[in-house]
Design a protein around this ligand. Structure first.
Ligand code: UFG
Length: 340
């Protein structure tokens, strides 16, 4: 009995694979290495002392996916594989729809034919757009996301919900807030491929001197210090939520459809400048920055109402922001040591 983890060498995927292996799940990874590298697999093996099965191919290649299902007794899937750059998704909408939705449908065809249940989907708080009230709970009405990337997440949720209802399967839709940080071993983290879009990788590279200055996108938001507020969740806490969500699906005794939806965050909002300051204090480094105009498509504020996940999954994102940011700096030092 094995869990298929697509995108299992990616940022959140690799941390989740470690947690699954530590909880004695057998893991089968499919990852096309479009946003990762092979040393991540080696590092997963070093951290856990276990060797997951690994298949390097693109999930759009249905015939290869069928072979994986023939070779392993798959009993569930955590689907991370997806393109995720918001800006790029606006420029390449057809590629984003193709990549993010065809791969999902190919897996669901296998699940449908082989009577498999237990599907966990990486969704995003982007499905709420700018919510009218904080904190955001799971009953908050969805808004059409501004980006094509966000639309693929919302469509993915709908496809999965229809799948679960029609075939009486169990699924979990996990809406992540802003994942940050690296593994405490410093052997896993977000790989710096290209210029970072997200705040924390950019802060990391600025502190390291790779980038000259951080651009803070807007200080005229209606927030305490004028910069936008997000809910930054430590990636290892997030990874653990996947294991808890999977165990809940597997242990559900009924034969009925189950559609779980959870917001995964800390419940606390931090502004851009608070993150910059926390990074400086945590790591005793300087992060030069300049205030710039707002970034198009950005919302003002988003933080999660976390009671549902905490109660139903017996889980909590308890790692403080500064501790998470310390792991980021350790990861940067590890990356530098690899390059020398
Ligand atoms: N920010 C900066 N400078 C930067 C990068 C980011 O000031 O160089 C600011 C942003 O304007 C925003 C905050 O830092 O206010 C967080 O930005 P991120 O890009 O790290 O994260 P977002 O909240 O914009 O993105 C998240 C997810 C995406 C998702 C998006 C939807 O990472 O996957 O929410 O809004 F699509």
């Amino acid at each position: 009995m094995a869990i298929l983890v697509t995108g299992g060498l990616g940022y959140i995927g690799s941390h989740t694979v470690v947690e699954l292996l530590n909880n004695n799940f057998d893991v089968v990874i499919v990852d096309d290495l479009s946003n990762s590298e092979r040393f991540i697999l080696k590092n997963i093996e070093e951290i856990t002392g276990k060797k997951p099965a690994f298949y390097p191919f693109d999930l759009k290649r249905k015939e290869l996916l069928t072979q994986v299902f023939d070779a392993h007794e798959i009993t569930g899937c955590i689907n991370f594989a997806a393109s995720k750059a918001v800006g790029e998704s606006q420029l390449k909408p057809v590629d984003y729809y193709e990549n993010n939705l065809f791969s999902l449908i190919n897996i669901l065809q296998e699940f449908k034919e082989r009577q498999i249940s237990n599907f966990i989907f990486s969704s995003s708080c982007t499905v709420y757009g700018q919510a009218d009230q904080m904190p955001i709970d799971e009953n908050t009405p969805l808004k059409m996301p501004e980006s094509v990337y966000g639309k693929t997440k919302q469509m993915g949720e709908e496809i999965l919900t229809d799948f679960a209802k029609a075939y009486h399967r169990k699924i979990s839709l996990l809406r992540y807030f802003n994942p940050i940080g690296a593994h405490p071993s410093a052997k896993l983290g977000e790989l710096p491929i290209g210029i970072p879009n997200n705040l924390v990788p950019y802060v990391m590279q600025t502190a390291a001197g790779v980038r000259e200055k951080l651009s803070v996108w807007g200080d005229d938001y209606p927030t305490e210090d004028g910069t936008a507020v997000r809910d930054y969740i430590y990636v290892v806490d997030l990874a653990k939520a996947h294991v808890a969500a999977l165990q809940k699906l597997i242990n559900d005794p009924s034969e009925e459809t189950l559609v779980d939806i959870y917001n995964l965050g800390t419940g606390k909002g931090s502004s851009v400048l608070e993150v910059v300051k926390a990074f400086e204090i945590a790591n005793n480094v300087e992060v030069p920055y300049q205030i710039c105009k707002r970034r198009e498509g950005d919302i003002t504020i988003a933080y999660a109402h976390v009671d549902k996940a905490e109660k139903e999954l017996s889980w909590k994102a308890g790692t403080p922001l500064e501790e998470a940011l310390r792991t980021v700096w350790e990861w940067q030092k590890y990356l530098e040591s690899r390059n020398t």
